[in-house]
Design a protein around this ligand. Structure first.
Ligand code: NAD
Ligand code: 3PG
Length: 327
């Protein structure tokens, strides 16, 4: 029977026509289940993974019981489209011998561009001006000059360093924190200085979150961390929603401690209709977890995901050793 490649990731689903003939030519069946929401839940994923040989998944439920159900069936390998693997139970995948790959570094530029988009929009009130002009108003807002401000980046990995490079280009002093000591040559190349987390909180006028979500980073930005920031700080999150305690952020927006917030990601996605964050219309900018979403980046990562999936089946031209194994 032909091995099955399951595609639950929406980005690859939308462009699967580009790869279907190539995959089928390798004797592999392509299985693209209908994606009604943003991602598949545990029950659906468990049932599908058990019937698939390999899968390319997005932010779907890849918790322990789901992975165990997969390997109890036919599953031999998993590709997590993109960078973040916080939805994958990696220790369990390792324990049960399920190889899991991701595609790091494939859209650092794109996510960094998005972060700067948030910063520029909030600093110069672009979203308010656009809204006002459309409503027949001609309000002349007073923004902030970026030149001379201190940009603080939490997480100096691939995305964080690209944000740093852009910050320097805008004339900002760039500092950043990380839980590891980042190679000074990499930092020098982008003009960033590594400092302790506390110093970044205290010194930055704009703080961008670019770290990965781990159990330790859940609510890293809580009431205590917010209290240590400058009054009126701009907070931008292009990493993962649960890094920020949204209830504490709402309080900080209300008090003016946080002057503005750009959020591409949320604790619950899509953002619930009754989220108290919605009350802040003038000083927030919301995104749809779309940091990676450019045509170019999606095509790049789709190509790589298909290559990894085929290589896990021992097919195609790519060598698995060239890809990033996370479990
Ligand atoms: N908004 C989006 O659409 C989007 C797109 C891609 C990635 N992301 C998120 O961005 C994250 C970062 O991506 P990346 O490519 O830069 O990953 P990366 O692994 O290259 O860098 C992450 C860095 O964060 C550091 N870090 C971890 N915990 C930290 C903490 N408490 N304080 C400071 N630094 C900490 C790590 O040591 C690492 O250097 C991903 O894990 C993903 O969750 C979001
Ligand atoms: O971590 C990532 O690579 C990005 O957030 C994109 O992944 P997702 O949109 O599938 O969560």
């Amino acid at each position: 029977m032909a091995p099955k490649l399951l595609v639950t990731c929406g980005h690859l689903q939308r462009h699967i026509a580009r790869y279907r003939d190539e995959i089928v030519a390798h004797g592999v069946e392509v299985w693209v289940p209908k994606l009604d929401g943003q991602q598949f839940g545990a029950a659906e994923m468990a049932a599908m993974l058990a019937e698939a040989d390999v899968a390319v998944a997005g932010d779907d439920d890849l918790s322990a019981p789901v992975l165990r159900a997969g390997v109890a069936g036919k599953l031999r390998g998993l590709v997590r489209w993109g960078i973040g693997t916080d939805n994958v139970d990696k220790p369990v995948a390792t324990e049960i011998g399920l190889p899991v790959y991701n595609t790091p570094g494939m859209f650092s530029n794109e996510v960094a561009d998005l972060a700067l988009g948030h910063i520029l929009t909030l600093a110069r009130h672009l979203q308010r001006m656009d809204r006002d002009v459309r409503a027949g108003l001609w309000t002349r807002y007073e923004g902030r000059s970026l030149h001379g401000l201190t940009l603080g980046i939490v997480g100096l990995g691939g995305i964080g360093r690209e944000i740093a490079r852009r910050g320097v280009a805008f004339g900002m002093k760039v500092i950043g924190s990380d839980v590891v000591t980042v190679d000074p040559k990499l930092l020098a190349a982008v003009g960033a200085q590594q400092k302790p987390f506390e110093a970044v909180l205290a010194e930055a006028d704009i703080i961008v979150l670019a770290c990965n979500l781990t159990p330790e980073n859940h609510h890293l930005i809580n009431a205590d961390a917010l209290a240590r920031m400058k009054h009126g700080v701009m907070l931008v999150n292009v990493a993962r929603g649960p890094i920020v305690d949204e209830a504490a952020l709402v309080d900080a927006l209300r008090s003016g401690k946080v002057g503005s917030a750009g959020l591409d990601v949320f604790e619950a996605e899509p953002l619930p209709a009754d989220s108290p964050l919605r009350a802040f219309e003038d000083n927030t900018l919301f995104g749809t977890h779309s940091g990676s979403s450019t045509a170019e980046a999606i095509q790049r990562v789709n190509r790589m995901s298909v290559d990894i999936a085929l290589a896990m089946l021992g097919l195609g031209h790519a060598d698995l050793a060239n890809f990033n194994k996370v479990a």
